[in-house]
Design a protein around this ligand. Structure first.
Ligand SMILES: [Zn+2]
Length: 159
């Protein structure tokens, strides 16, 4: 599990457009928040909660969360939540873990597939690089959002 800050940084760097970022961040952070946090308090819940850290569980969770929004927004919410969740699972897939219990293909398989390219805490070493990149990215996005976009077909656009 790369830490939550690494998941958030990756999401900010990869998510376009800006209005999708809150939903993508939710998708990127909830898999660990809903499984790791409660697992610390109630360890006996650990295995049962892992369904919220798997593709099928996250798909169902995105559909459930989308019900909190107006019907015309639900597909947008589901799509960007799943984009964030997919980025989260991709980062987790690249590492090796102590527990070895991700079960990506549950309920079809209980095998654990990970590439083992880096360890669970190694992402902390990347944070001193990722955090400044994140801040620069957020600053640039903020400035781009404040510049009004003019269309060449816009009659109000100066020629
Ligand atoms: Zn994770």
């Amino acid at each position: 599990m790369p830490d939550l800050a690494t998941h958030a940084c990756a999401q900010v760097l990869f998510t376009r457009p800006r209005k999708a970022l809150p939903h993508a961040l939710l998708g990127a952070l909830l898999p660990d928040l809903l499984t790791r946090g409660p697992n610390i308090v109630w360890p006996w819940l650990g295995r049962q909660l892992m369904v919220l850290h798997q593709p099928i569980g996250l798909l169902l969770l995105s559909i459930l969360i989308a019900q909190l929004y107006r019907p015309e927004r639900r597909l947008f919410i589901i799509r960007w939540f799943l984009f964030g969740a997919a980025c989260h699972l991709a980062l987790d897939f690249l590492q090796w873990s102590y527990s070895g219990s991700y079960y990506w293909l549950y309920p079809f398989s209980l095998n654990n597939y990970q590439l083992g390219l880096f360890g669970p805490e190694d992402s902390l070493l990347a944070l001193p690089i990722l955090l400044p990149l994140l801040l620069v990215g957020l600053y640039r996005r903020r400035n781009q959002a404040q510049i009004p976009q003019q269309s060449p077909n816009d009659p109000d656009s100066p020629q």
